[in-house]
Design a protein around this ligand. Structure first.
Ligand code: COA
Ligand code: AMP
Length: 635
């Protein structure tokens, strides 16, 4: 049973059919995609819980994103607008130009032995070559794995080690406000850390960043290889073949390699563009995220291009590049119809420009809808954005694993009244339920674990890269028959879902998903640290921020400031600047259960000034009381 109440209307009918007649629903949806071989079946559940969508279909994702629009006579339409507030510059690619660039780069990869099924790591800033590299992999059936530029060498190395790529594609660096991030030393260090580094490294040289392929023996220059390459023809792959791996933070330090297929992904992306975002051919969509995150994969690159829209790729920040009018400038300059960003970006704009003086300077009348995801859209920020922009503001909830919205207000299907604080209702295909710790469904308005009944719809993860056991263990075993989202929340009597936050050790800092476990591993490796806990505490701008609590080894004499500086530098060096690890508090002991488990949830409740009950399993209540005193006196 679904927790969504029966309704009438287009949403209710679509939802009902997606659950009661999934074969019909998803085969109908598949007709919006060009197939080499149209599938005769939607779902293959023969190896459940490892489900596969469109088992006998075949296609090429790049053909769907580029070739078919050119073939339909829209080669001169703009496919991609690169707008850099950092350089600054604007560059436009038509569909025909993008197809040419992608085919050439695909040829360059193929000439270096990259074939269907091979992995390619893409470690790039927000430049068009990142999207070109992704699509080039799709063209030849290679599997890309994009690594966010804010991650440091060790994180990059962990991903290279797991994916075993045949090539690494990178750039000389990224541009952050006030500093240049040189990638090549990091790539070099990462390759030194892995056992079996790939032979091919291709570098897009950026004139704003020092370093180039020429300085590294054997590394290749992007422009040179593209100029010499023969354009590659698309390779037809099975719908079930992987399109990409995207590593995301789990509860342990080891990232999870989320695998996305070709067929289910193309269908889900296409369906979501029409029904969730109401964007089609010729429309202009701007997703202000980064290609290193799932939001960037789905709605900077694949979604808009699959439906023949124009995508804006923005290199810059919402504030400070140069001011809080940056978003409004981009909307005006490119005639953006739909903007998708993270609530933290809206909070940053509001903080920098509380009276919206910057907005007055621009004509943003093309904007029809603002979409938000990546973290909870708090009611206060929702109301500010709704009032300021005077357009519908749509919160929608999803994860790297699902690849597209689990809950949304389906703008293109049937818009619904907004309830501030809720991403609205379950999207067709998702059986969203709230269960207690035993897996029993709870009544409306009762908080619990948010799970999704299996099978998940097309476009969601098909597993973790080469690790079915971890996939089942992490997501499917806690509540048999369901996928555990890791989020907690409730559903009201009207079927509106409210997502309250993670119930595990994953945190969301400025819309960036991070693992406190991996930060703990770094902090624990400091010679002065006996034990530690890193928890996510509330932050008025970034939603959450990591906060470290450290117990020193007996006899160690180190000033708190020195320890803090060293730990901050270590996390920055080993995980990356994006971790924004800055808070360190030295405590005499960590509160634990009698079985030795650190009471992280209670610690977070204390730090966030929430009411808490002392767990009955606590080993020593005095430790908790002391901790509270230390936290309060440090505030
Ligand atoms: N490459 C290298 N470093 C990066 C980086 C990248 N791609 N992205 C961020 N960093 C660095 C920043 O330079 C900063 O370094 P610093 O400590 O030297 O200043 C650090 O990581 C933290 O960055 P960030 O979290 O972005 O904080 P900020 O203060 O620079 O900006 C916001 C705050 C809110 C403006 C910004 O986080 C933002 O725009 N968030 C939206 C995020 C988003 O779109 N998420 C995608 C999900 S939809
Ligand atoms: P990521 O995998 O980086 O997309 O992060 C996914 C996590 O971000 C989810 O599990 C949620 O905890 C959180 N999240 C994303 N979107 C929302 C939203 N609209 N409301 C609440 N939480 C969200």
């Amino acid at each position: 049973m679904s927790a969504v109440e029966p309704r009438s209307g287009a949403y209710a009918e679509a939802f009902r059919q997606s659950i009661d007649e999934p074969e019909k629903f998803w085969l109908d949806a598949a007709r919006a995609v060009d197939w080499a071989q149209f599938p005769t079946r939607a779902l293959d559940d023969s190896a459940a819980p490892m489900y596969r969508w469109y088992p006998d279909g075949s296609l090429n994702t790049c053909v769907n994103a580029l070739d078919r629009h050119v073939a339909a006579g829209r080669g001169d339409q703009t496919a991609l607008i690169y707008d850099s507030a950092m350089v600054p510059t604007v560059r436009r690619y038509t569909y025909a130009e993008l197809l040419d660039q992608v085919s050439r780069f695909a040829g360059a990869l193929a000439e270096r032995g990259v074939t269907a099924g091979d992995r390619v790591i893409i470690y790039m800033p927000m430049i068009p070559e990142a999207a070109i590299a992704m699509l080039a992999c799709a063209r030849i059936g290679a599997v890309h794995s994009v690594v966010f530029g804010g991650f440091a060498a060790k994180e990059l190395a962990a991903r290279i080690e797991d994916a075993q790529p045949r090539a690494v594609v990178t750039a000389s660096g990224g541009l952050e406000p006030g500093r240049v991030v040189e990638y090549l030393p990091m790539v070099n260090r990462a390759l030194e850390l892995v056992a079996d580094p790939p032979a091919t490294v291709i570098v897009k040289d950026r004139e704003q960043v020092p370093g180039s392929a020429a300085e590294r023996p054997g590394w290749l220059d992007w422009d040179t290889v593209v100029a010499q390459a023969q354009p590659a023809e698309p390779v037809t792959v099975a719908a079930t073949d992987p399109l990409y791996i995207l590593y995301t933070s789990g509860t342990t330090g080891k990232p999870k390699g989320v695998v996305r297929d070709n067929g289910g992904h193309a269908v889900a992306m296409t369906w979501s563009m029409r029904n969730v975002y109401d964007i089609g051919a010729g429309d202009i969509m701007w997703t202000a995220s980064d290609v290193g995150w799932v939001v960037g994969h789905s709605y900077i690159v694949y979604g808009p291009l699959l439906v023949g829209a124009t995508t804006v790729m923005y290199e810059g920040k919402p504030v400070g590049t140069p001011d809080a009018g940056a978003f409004w400038r981009v909307i005006q300059e490119h005639g953006v119809r739909a903007l998708f960003t993270a609530p933290t970006a809206l909070r940053a704009v509001r903080k920098a420009d509380p009276e919206s003086a910057e907005l007055e300077k621009y004509d943003v009348s093309t904007l029809e809808t603002l979409f938000a995801a990546g973290e909870r859209l708090d009611p206060d920020t929702y109301k500010w954005a709704r009032h300021t922009l005077e357009v519908p503001v749509i919160d929608h909830w999803w994860q790297t694993e699902t690849g597209w919205a689990i809950c949304a207000n389906l703008t293109g299907l049937e818009p619904m009244p907004v309830k501030a604080g809720s991403p609205t209702v379950a999207v067709p295909g998702y059986r969203v339920r709230i269960v207690d710790e035993h897996g029993a469904e709870v009544p409306p308005n009762t908080e619990g674990n948010i799970v999704i009944g299996l099978p998940l719809p097309p476009g969601t993860l098909t597993g973790l890269w080469h690790d079915d056991e971890r996939y089942v263990g992490s997501y499917l075993s806690a509540y048999p028959g369901n996928y555990a989202t890791g989020d907690s929340g409730y559903i009201d009597e009207g079927g509106y879902v409210f997502v309250l936050g993670r119930s595990d050790d994953v945190i969301n800092v400025a819309g960036h998903r991070l693992s406190t476990g991996s930060m703990e591993a770094v902090v624990a490796s400091h010679p002065a640290v006996a034990e530690c806990a890193v928890i996510g505490i509330r932050d008025s701008l970034k939603g959450q921020r990591p906060s470290g609590y450290v117990v020193l080894k007996a006899g160690v004499d180190i000033a708190d400031d020195t320890l803090r500086d060293e730990l901050v530098a270590m996390v920055r060096d080993q995980i990356g600047a994006v971790a924004t690890f800055r808070d360190v508090t030295v405590v005499p002991a960590l509160p634990k259960t009698r079985s030795g488990k650190i009471l992280r949830k209670t610690m977070r409740q204390i730090a966030d000034h929430e009411q808490y009950t002392v767990p009955s399993t606590i080993e020593d209540v005095a430790v908790l009381e002391t901790l509270e005193q230390v936290i309060r006196s440090a505030e």
